[in-house]
Design a binder for this molecule. Structure first.
Ligand SMILES: Cc1cc2nc3c(=O)[nH]c(=O)nc-3n(C[C@H](O)[C@H](O)[C@H](O)COP(=O)(O)O)c2cc1C
Length: 326
């Protein structure tokens, strides 16, 4: 099987499905029209259905991909994907054997994002069609535990003939070329695509990425989802993180017992950020999208990878695809 044909790619570049309104239909469609693979981030089911329909309309000759952010994926999300006959699902932050099976049986190509050899082996044993090997330098939530360049060969060795895509640290054509030379089938970029006119990120958030001189790995924005993530420092992290990025005792304790909150259905409007404040240790994973006030940049999680230190402008999504093409 030629993976470029299967995924209908002209360029071996995948835009990461970023939840919370960052990667909606406008970004995914623009990336796919430009020859890459756009991925719709998880949205409430009704919005997800309409985003899939929009991508199909705007990029009719391309594959449609949806990110299944597993801690927040419920049966209605899956039904929407199957009814809309999506082509590709990217499963992340839990590996569900039954769901992989069900998607595969319906003809969906299933990629699983992994960060360790154990996760890679599990995903492959459960029937994943391919892997996304995430390095620790990636933006957003992390399964990655070591640098992408160190993990990629390990994932490739396990994957055999199944394709592996490299995620983390992809900001320029040279990064794509390096991943391809190491054996990757292609690359996945998140932060680079956040810096496009089509992303849902607030302009103030994009500007902070452009101005960034560091990122931190933390668990501080962990209310309802207490897993590691990479963000830009802001007033909230300065108040509630140790210098090494780890969460201080109070938010760490609150987050630790908050996992059940992920069961509350997401309305997709970030309403809880109204209540969030840098002085209070109740810190949700919600990020800053265009319709929110700019000054919430100091209370929200500003996810970004280490490429933030190299990226210096916002472009169109088509330009980003062109710049990442090997
Ligand atoms: C703003 C943002 C949101 C993200 N949201 C998700 C998500 O919802 N699901 C997911 O699987 N990965 C998510 N990621 C991680 C990406 O899948 C990918 O691993 C990462 O962006 C790669 O690193 P890079 O940002 O350096 O390109 C997100 C990343 C960013 C920057």
């Amino acid at each position: 099987m030629d993976i470029a044909d299967r995924l209908k790619l002209d360029v071996p570049v995948i835009q990461a499905g970023m939840g919370g309104g960052i990667a909606g239909a406008p970004l995914a469609a623009a990336v796919s029209v430009a020859g890459g693979l756009g991925t719709v981030g998880l949205l409430p089911p009704r919005q997800l259905k309409s985003a899939i329909a929009t991508v199909r309309d705007e990029a009719p000759d391309r594959a449609v991909a949806v990110n299944l952010l597993m801690p927040f994926t419920r049966r209605p999300h899956v039904e929407v994907c199957l009814e809309a006959r999506i082509d590709i699902a990217v499963m992340a932050f839990a590996i569900d054997r039954n769901l992989i099976q069900r998607l595969s049986d319906s003809g969906v190509f299933v990629l699983v994002m992994v960060g360790t050899q154990a996760q890679a082996a599990e995903a492959l044993a459960f029937g994943a069609d391919g892997l996304i090997a995430q390095g620790r330098e990636a933006g957003g939530h992390l399964v990655g535990t070591v640098a992408q360049a160190d993990f990629l060969p390990k994932a490739l060795a396990l994957a055999g003939s199944r394709p592996v895509f490299a995620a983390g640290g992809i900001a320029a054509a040279a990064d794509t070329r390096a991943a391809l030379a190491a054996g990757a089938a292609g690359v996945v970029a998140g932060t680079r695509f956040l810096l496009t006119h089509e992303s849902g990120a607030h302009p103030a958030y994009r500007q902070r990425i452009i101005d960034a001189d560091s990122t931190i790995e933390t668990t501080v924005f962990g209310l309802g989802w207490p897993e590691r993530h990479r963000v830009l420092p802001n007033a909230t992290t300065r108040r509630w993180c140790h210098p090494d990025g780890s969460a201080r005792r109070l938010p760490a304790a609150i987050n630790k017992y908050s996992g059940a909150l992920s069961r509350i259905p997401d309305r997709g409007d970030g309403a809880l950020l109204h209540l969030q404040h840098p002085a209070l240790p109740f810190l949700t994973p919600i990020t800053l999208t265009a319709a929110m006030p700019a000054d919430w940049a100091d209370r929200a999680a500003l996810y970004a990878g280490e490429t933030a230190l190299r990226l210096d402008r916002v472009t169109s999504a088509a330009q980003a695809v062109a710049e990442l093409a090997p």
